[in-house]
Ligand binder design. Structure first.
Ligand code: SF4
Length: 425
């Protein structure tokens, strides 16, 4: 059946991915540890590294409601309650020899970070100390200001692109050394071709959610799609998933099939989901008929796949540098210069409200949200909700308090629709 196929396939692919990781751990194969903003999967697959996303492993401990065990273990080991919960859950996974609720995580052979989050760099240093593995940090030049991203074809852009290309060539040499395999440019082309299909599909799927009713919930369904976009980037399975997903979402849009609730409010989500009560968090909105039609999460955590950039396979390394520069820069823009794009999202998706969800343990995406909210409200007359919790730590998640504020937000939305008022909670 077409409708619902993506969620089923996504769950299956996820299980298979962790089965493969478990097999790699059993065979003692060293993995490439990477991050969601700038994973470089297309390149790392050329060297047959199993790919590990520690951020995804960590959030899975929260979804499976055992994150607190991992966080406590890392805090007992000496990590501060204040730092990123993803780091601490990963430290505990490492201390447990890779034991994870979904399988076993292989040890790293190398790690690749970008400067998209400063925690990435410090996190990499932990693996360096634990295992003595090399950590390669790719330095991506960001936009110099809001709306000041240099455009492809300009001298500025070309200088930045060449800077990234030089680093990629160094990374290729490192991968050859660590894996003992020669770089094969045709295999790179193959993986980049699959990544092209995936990126094109990701962009189309986001656009299809402009239809009314929305064809997927960006908070719940979108997170499944995002997981596949990350874990299967550069693979035939990832490409096939997104080809099917576009077909399913297009069918739903054409036949006006929404998600299985009565859509009353179209919302934009800003931040990272509340994973310790993931399903319930989503229900607190859907119980009122609230549907998330888009989010900054599907933007920054996709690492720029939302742009739908396709690589030029005739000049793979040059084009890889261009795509990585555009993608990671765009992901950083989603945190530093999000206002105009959010305004555009509101217009494109005919959104009724914006929900800000700053979280205690990810300062990278939470810092400044109160200010960016003010900036957005100055240019769009749309109600917003500001509700704080965490993406990992259930000690700072108060469901009752959250529910009160969310209920008040929807009551305000209803009264606005009735009277034309503009509440902000
Ligand atoms: S601080 Fe935020 S962006 Fe950085 S690693 Fe942690 S969760 Fe990811």
């Amino acid at each position: 059946m077409l409708v619902g196929r993506a969620n089923e396939n996504g769950a299956r692919l996820f299980r298979e991915w962790f089965q493969e990781l478990t097999a790699a751990a059993d065979e003692k194969r060293g993995a490439a540890y990477v991050f969601v903003m700038g994973s470089l999967c297309e390149l790392l697959r050329v060297f047959d590294f199993p790919i590990v996303f520690p951020e995804i492993n960590s959030l899975q401990t929260a979804v499976r409601r055992v994150a607190h065990e991992y966080l406590n273990e890392a805090e007992n080991y000496g990590f501060s309650p204040d730092i990123c919960g993803y780091v601490k859950a990963d430290v505990a996974v490492q201390l447990r020899g890779g034991t994870h609720p979904m399988g076993r995580i292989p040890k790293p052979a190398l790690a690749v970070a970008t400067n998209a989050c400063n925690t990435y760099v410090k996190w990499g240093e932990i693996w360096e100390r634990m295992y003595g593995v090399p950590v390669f940090t790719l330095d991506i030049p960001g936009s110099r200001g809001a709306g000041l991203a240099s455009a492809p074809g300009t001298d500025d852009f070309e200088r930045d692109r060449r800077y990234v290309e030089g680093q990629l060539r160094e990374l290729i040499a490192l991968c050859e050394r660590v894996s003992g395999k020669r770089f094969d440019v045709d295999r790179l082309r193959e993986h980049m071709g699959h990544a092209n299909t995936l990126s094109t599909g990701w962009r189309q799927v986001l656009e299809l959610n402009r239809s009314r009713p929305a064809v997927f919930n960006a908070l719940s369904d979108g997170t499944i799609f995002l997981g596949v976009a990350k874990g299967f980037r550069g693979t035939p399975e990832g490409a096939a998933f997104f080809t099917d997903l576009v077909e399913e979402m297009r069918y739903k849009a054409e036949h006006r099939i929404g998600i299985p609730i009565d859509e009353k409010w179209r919302l934009i989500f800003v931040g990272v989901p509340c994973y310790p009560i993931f399903r319930r968090f989503s229900e607190l909105f859907s119980d009122w008929g609230g549907v998330f039609v888009n989010s900054t999460y599907l933007w920054f955590a996709s690492g720029g796949a939302n742009l739908g950039f396709t690589y030029d396979l005739r000049r793979p390394i040059e084009s890889l540098a261009e795509g990585v520069l555009l993608g990671v820069r765009d992901a950083m823009d989603s945190m530093f210069f999000q206002t105009q794009t959010l305004a555009q999202m509101i217009d494109d998706h005919a959104a009724d409200g914006v929900v800000y969800h700053p979280i205690k343990s990810c300062r990278t995406v939470s810092t400044g949200l109160a200010d960016t909210r003010r900036a957005l409200m100055a240019i769009r007359d749309v109600p917003s909700l500001f509700v704080e919790s965490d993406m990992m730590d259930r000690r700072v998640v108060s469901e009752a308090q959250m529910k009160n504020r969310i209920d008040a937000f929807f009551e305000g939305l209803a009264s606005r629709r009735q009277h034309g008022a503009a509440p902000t909670v």
